[in-house]
Design a protein around this ligand. Sequence first.
Ligand code: SAM
Ligand code: SF4
Length: 333
Amino acid sequence: MAPLIDPFARPITYLRVSVTDRCDFRCTYCMAEHMQFLPKKDLLTLEELDRLASAFVRLGVEKLRITGGEPLVRRDILTFFRAMSRHLETGALKELTLTTNGSQLQRFAKDLADCGIRRVNVSLDTLDPEKFQEITRWGKLPAVLGGIEAAKAAGLRVKINTVALKGFNEDELFGLLDWCAKEDHDLTFIEVMPMGEMGEEMRLDQYWPLKDLRARLAERFALTELTERTGGPARYVRIEETGQKIGFITPLTHNFCESCNRVRVTCTGELFMCLGQEDMADLRAPLRASESDELVEQAIRAAIALKPKGHDFDYSRQKVAGQMTRHMSHTGG
Ligand code: SAM
Ligand code: SF4
């Protein structure tokens, strides 16, 4: 079957699937405290998620990341992970992974490892229990740290994703770094993105440009730029003194669009060709219209043929341009 290649000659090999819009946390930069979640009938069933992800795998997707909302709060989610592990067994899928807030990892880490998952990304913005509760509103730090331990014990490699927030975790930069070195976790910083409708001021106030964060690191350490690329917005440096590899995700710069290899599907089957654009294709209708997967494959191909060149986020000139009204929990960060 011909692989998916978009109009800018980018092969699409990476799919992120959001399996739920729900979450047991309410991170302030991601959700409002009182969220209206989608009615169940709108969500793809686990079977539909399987058909959809498998169609992408047939069309050449080699890396599948499961996200949300919080993927591990979706009922019976292990059924889906187990189903996806068959694509690892055939070799069609090279990697199956997930992004999680870590709250449920104590319960799931072992089963996830048994499904062939080797790495997890855990989002963690602070190591201070009170600040953790402030930023996540509903989260409890000990449960997450316990989850990370359980992941490690199950043999999973853990990457910590930290959203860089001005005035919030600036003072923890070196503390987080030391902790990750001690625990042997990879660490990636993410620049806060203008998602959702939570007001421009808050976003701009919280915006801590990663170039500033990096400059602070460089005051203390020798940094070597790594050439490694993942097709996404991450760039890596090595800290020579500790050997740690640190990632920076700066989605607001355009430096990654030209090599973008990824698309996202929401829990309702909307295919977003670009995180920063409103254009999407509905894959739920073709999934539900027929038991065969022909229609959905056609819809995927038609959508990829429209993948835009890049996004329009722009924090310059002190205003947020290209702001998305979608929440990150909807598209699946
Ligand atoms: N609940 C899981 C978690 O927190 O890892 C998976 C979904 S969450 C939407 C995925 C990632 O998006 C998290 O690392 C989170 O920190 C990040 N995120 C959410 N809102 C964001 C925003 N406005 N800007 C940048 N990153 C954001
Ligand atoms: Fe939930 Fe993840 Fe969004 Fe936090 S960032 S509210 S954990 S989906």
